[in-house]
Design a protein around this ligand. Structure first.
Ligand code: B1M
Length: 212
């Protein structure tokens, strides 16, 4: 790994925002691909945070501090990840499902979709099925995008899909799902229209579902 990416990785891991800022800028100045900076420097560090949590070396406060450093870094990286194409590709309502407070992956998906020309309505975290239905009824999106990071909250995706069907909205709206514990098999089982493992693929999935 490039030295500067290793430093960025360590800065996110330690939740040191000043070091995140310095090394992120250094990586950009070195003309490294922003996607590589994101994946190898920052997302890889969050994965390591998860491993340390599992091993009992990190606790919730350390996860939170790393998450804040990651979010601040994403804000700096944002303009470099977005394309200049401003033509509207469609309207997306996005949220992390009920019971789940993880929003970094969801924010990345929203950021990349926005960069690809989608209009984003971000409902935040811990979004109940009724809220997805209410907003979908009002704003008539082309896509609903749901994120879940906990095995215990994945079932909220199915609850939301059922609520959309009950409200008669399912025929007009494509639903895409993702997040670390979500698999293609699970997406098929709950009859989502699309699934992706990461934010870039979520954009491709959204575009192909809408044919844009
Ligand atoms: Co939590 N946490 N956490 N956590 N946390 C995980 C998810 C965990 C895997 C850690 C571990 O044990 N290794 C574990 C879940 C275990 C499980 O269910 N299998 C866990 C746990 C247990 C918990 C708590 C229960 C801990 C506790 O309180 N005892 C608690 C739950 C709170 C709740 O939600 N109700 C909790 C809390 C937290 C914090 C609040 C401290 C913090 C979140 C802060 C925040 O998000 N603002 C946090 C963090 C930071 C993590 C880890 C370390 C990092 C998550 C992350 O941001 N990754 C995580 C470990 C891990 O993931 N390995 C962990 C970086 C991000 C870019 O990746 O979100 O996966 P990710 O998004 C990816 C893809 O998944 C995909 O695209 C992104 C990449 O491009 N993607 C989509 C995501 N959504 C998508 C939607 C799509 C398509 C793709 O279409 C719509």
């Amino acid at each position: 790994m490039e030295e500067v990416l290793k430093k960025l990785f360590d800065a996110v891991l330690e939740g040191d925002f000043e070091d995140v800022k310095t090394n992120l800028q250094a990586a950009l100045d070195a003309k490294l691909d922003p996607i590589v900076i994101l994946n190898d420097g920052m997302i890889a560090a969050m994965r390591e945070v998860g491993c340390r949590f599992e091993e009992g070396e990190y606790y919730v406060p350390e996860m939170l501090i790393a998450a804040r450093a990651m979010q601040s870094g994403m804000a700096i990286l944002k303009p470099h990840l977005q394309q200049t194409d401003r033509k509207s590709s469609g309207k997306v309502v996005i949220g992390t499902v009920k019971g789940d407070l993880h929003d970094i992956g969801k924010n990345l998906v929203a950021l990349m979709l926005e960069g690809a020309g989608f209009e984003i309505i971000d409902l935040g975290v811990d979004v109940p099925a009724e809220e997805f239905v209410k907003v979908a009824t009002n704003v008539k999106p082309d896509i609903i995008a749901m994120s879940a990071l906990l095995t215990t909250t994945m079932s909220s995706m199915k609850t939301t899909l059922d609520a959309l069907t009950a409200a008669g909205l399912r025929n007009n709206i494509k639903v895409i799902v993702g997040g670390a514990p979500v698999t293609e098999a699970y997406a098929q089982q709950i009859e989502a229209d699309g699934f992706s493992t990461d934010a870039s693929r979520a954009v491709n999935m959204a575009k192909s579902l809408l044919g844009v």
